[in-house]
Design a protein. Sequence first.
Length: 212
Amino acid sequence: MNKISSLLGTQNVKFNLHTVDKGHHKVTYRGVKTIKCPFDFVIYQMIIFEVKPDLVIEIGTNNGGSALYLADLLNINNKGEIHTIDIENKIDPLALAHPRIKFFGNGYEGYDLDAAKNYETVLIIEDASHMYKDTLNALNKFGSLVTKDSYFIVEDGIVDALGLSRKFEGGPLRAIREFMKGNTDYVIDRKWCDLFGKNATFNVDGYLKKIK
Ligand SMILES: C[S@@+](CC[C@H](N)C(=O)[O-])C[C@H]1O[C@@H](n2cnc3c(N)ncnc32)[C@H](O)[C@@H]1O
């Protein structure tokens, strides 16, 4: 019996990190594949409402389901744009046609930071290769764009807990640790990381709040 089922007093509840991981690859939003775990799906809408960003830069588009979700959330705020970046163009036509979404096809390396000028409130989401070096490079390239009280969200530090750290050369968590060493501009916001329990998120220690 796992911890949750013993708490609920039933053995009919059987899920764990691996079942959630499997399920999150099947999540869709408005029919478009959206690789988000349920905890983060909820946290994102809370953050978009709280921060009310003028620009969200999403590194890692895939089919564009997350960009579509974020763009619809921006509609509720009545402001904001998404720059979503990938190296492959597999974005769904529904996401591409959204008036708040602009797609950039040259990877985070090829994104011209000038495109992010003139936005008052900027939020960044890093959800690309999850390799340690790419994640750290993206943190270093985009970190200064994030505005005070907004976030740099680093996705998928969960690869460690899934036993995949070596495949990603230490992955996002190693990159976060290195980026945060001596960094006084950001704090790891426990409010989001621990909302449903300690690091009950796929973005383990990945909600970085800019404090100055
Ligand atoms: C995990 S998926 C993104 C999932 C998407 N954000 C979602 O929630 O549905 C990762 C994506 O990152 C892209 N990618 C890989 N290297 C990249 C790079 N250097 N710059 C931008 N995107 C990259 C991959 O092509 C892939 O589509």
